[in-house]
Every structure is written in C-alpha cells, then in structure tokens.
Design a protein around this ligand. Structure first.
Ligand code: ZN
Length: 381
C-alpha cells in the first residue's frame, strides 16, 4: 500500500507572479473507448501536480487567492504532496454496483489495478449502473454523453443517486478529514459536479469518467450498456480506474482549471493512451491471457485503417507501446502511473522531443506477421 502525503500546507512562500489566472470553464470532451465509445470528461481526468518544492514550476494557489493572484502577499504557495513528505494512510476501495457485473469482479479488478500503482494514495469509490440501448444524442441532462434507455428501476436509481450524493457531500478534503491540496476545491464546485453526475444517472447517459473531487478521494463512474460484453466492461472500468489513480492530472496542476490548462489539454493523448495501455495489461493478467500487446496493436491497426488519429485511445496506446519497444519509455512508468507523479510531467511529452514525435508519427506502422500483430521492423531500432 502506498501512502498519502499530507504535508503541512502551511508554508506561505509567495507564488511567482507570472502565473495567470484565467478561469477556464470545466472542460468536456469525448474520447472513444474501445468498447463502448464512451465519452469522458477531461476535467475529471487530467490531473495534477508536483514534485519537490524546489522543482515546482506549477504552483497552485489557495482558492481565495485566485482572484488576487498578483498581490503576492495574499498568495500561498502550495507545496505539493509527495510520497516522501506525506503522512501514511491506507486508501480505501468502495464499490457501489447496480449492474450485472459481479461486485466481486469489480472489487478484484480494482485491487489488481491499484496494485500496479507506484504511489497509490487516494480512496477509490466506484459507481456502476446499467443502461439499455442507445436512444439518441446528448440532451441537457446527459451532455456530453449520448442517451441510452434508463433500465434501472425507480428505487434503484434513487439509491444510486443517494450513494453518489453521500459520497460527494462527504468529500474528505472539504470536511477537514484530509487536506484540500491546492485549496481550489469548494463546496460550490463540488455541488456543480454532483449535479452533473446525478443528471447523467437520471437521463441514461453513457457515462465513463473519473470524478476527482479531492486529491485523496476519486471515483469511477460507469454506465454499463446492455449490449456491452463483460470483457468490454472490464476494459472500460480499468481505463477509468487508471485515470482515478493518476495523481497529477489537470485539476490539481491548474488550481482547479484556473491556471494554464492548455498545456495539459494538448497531451490528452498521453493520458488516454496510458489509461488504455494499463487496461490491456491488467485485463490480460486478470483473465490469464498473454495477449495484451497483441490485442493493443490489433485494435490500433484497425483504427488506423479506419482513419483514427492519435486522439483515439487505441492509437495513443500504440504510440506509447512503440516508445517502450524502442527503449524510450519504461512500461513500468506507464503501469505504475509514475509519469503522472509530478505536475511537470508535460515537459517530458513535448513534440520537440525526438522520441515523442517519432512515436506520434509512426504508431500506425503495425503489421501482421505469422498471425501476430507487431510493429514493422522499419520502426524498431
Ligand atoms: Zn480516458
């Protein structure tokens, strides 16, 4: 088990005044997951931050300081939590399952996934419920997700919504139980997020996303379609779980969206590719197969033929795999979510870095050789 880091946030060094504080709207986006073309929300996924204090280049201010970012005296620098400066705690797993997936499976998938993570510190709470067939595009409640038939009975929906409400209302970073790292989280913001999720539950939205209200408390929310196989459900669940387990995605690095989010938005392919890569590998382990990479490359090749770009998670996973096979990236850094352990992670993924641009441009160089999907020799060293 990994420990959480709750350093004293006390320190009140001043923030460099060059940080801008344009308030970005909470951003949404759709990405297609292999199985169900699920859309996801970027804000809930791309997360946060930092490293040792001396190498901090993305500081997060306390919330009341956001409006007055240029008055140094009012600004407190966030010293990021790290595995080294934190108080130990054992993260908890809670499964709220209303679907035909077995709760014991969801539990073991979650345990298998968390066991890979180098610095696992946040509680994971899952909300899984069924939906029927697709009935149409997004409406006000389901946005940005498509609408499927609501198949859960009235009482069960009520219970599902209550479970989510209780979880959100007791977010430990607002109750004082755990630190509110960065201080950007507020009851207002959390309630807005809760409203969205409850609307999705009511409207049959085909949700697959990972809300992260607190650094120490994250969720997997997944509406499991009737048409989906258990295998696809497992893949999507593991994909979302990885987002939930990745420490420093967008919110925590941008002061809840107040700072430069563009830097992270541009690297969505890295966040999606790693989540997908993780899902292939953990699923193969759980299912006792050894075809993770082959399946990954098969899906990517199929996508490439269909005109997919790096913005699909399958393509992005293949790009990361190419880096691994070329010796430019360690698989354990993907699987352990090590690459997301500091807010400066985007520095390592700039297109100006030759190994990165090579993978971005050559991920589709896949062929079938003796019945196996592999990268062409021409792109391997
Ligand atoms: Zn994703």
């Amino acid at each position: 088990m990994k420990s959480l880091t709750s350093s004293n946030l006390a320190s009140s060094q001043d923030l460099e005044a060059d940080e801008t504080d344009v308030s970005l709207p909470e951003e949404e986006r759709g990405g297609s997951d292999t199985d169900a073309q699920q859309k996801e929300l970027i804000e809930s996924e791309i997360g946060t931050t930092s490293a040792l204090a001396e190498s901090l280049d993305t500081s997060t201010t306390l919330k009341h300081a956001v409006e007055s970012n240029h008055h140094e005296s009012e600004i407190v620098r966030w010293v990021a939590p790290t595995a080294d400066n934190s108080v130990s705690r054992n993260p908890e797993i809670t499964i709220n399952n209303f679907s035909r997936l077995a709760t014991s499976d969801l539990q073991s998938w979650t345990e298998a996934g968390t066991s890979y993570i180098n610095w696992w510190h946040s509680d994971i709470t899952s909300f899984i419920w069924p939906i029927g067939d697709e009935v149409g595009g997004p409406n006000d409640l389901s946005h940005p997700f498509n609408r499927f038939q609501v198949t859960l009975g009235k009482d069960s929906i009520k219970n599902l919504k209550n479970a989510y409400t209780n979880w959100s209302d007791s977010a430990p970073c607002l109750t004082g139980e755990h630190p509110n790292f960065g201080g950007w989280q507020s009851r207002y913001e959390l309630d807005e997020g809760k409203k969205l999720v409850l609307g999705w539950m009511e409207s049959g939205a085909d949700v697959a996303t990972a809300p992260t209200p607190c650094f120490s408390s994250r969720a997997v929310t997944y509406a499991f379609p009737d048409e989906s196989t258990i295998e696809n459900g497992q893949h999507t669940y593991l994909h979302e779980l990885y987002h939930a387990l990745s420490s420093y995605l967008q919110d925590y690095c941008t002061n809840g969206g107040a700072l430069d989010g563009d830097r992270f938005d541009k690297l969505r392919w890295v966040a999606e590719g790693t989540a997908h890569y993780f899902a292939y590998v953990v699923a193969a382990e759980l299912n006792g197969t050894d075809d993770a990479i082959e399946t990954m490359l098969r899906d990517a090749e199929r996508g490439a033929r269909g005109g997919e770009t790096l913005s699909s998670a399958e393509s992005a996973a293949a790009a990361l795999r190419l880096m691994v096979e070329r010796g430019d990236l360690l698989e354990e850094d993907i699987m352990g979510a090590r690459i997301f352990e500091t807010c400066s992670w985007p520095d390592n993924w700039q297109i100006s870095i030759p190994s990165v641009s090579y993978a971005m441009n050559n991920w589709q160089e896949i062929e079938s050789r003796s019945g196996k999907w592999v990268f062409k020799n021409s792109v391997l060293p």
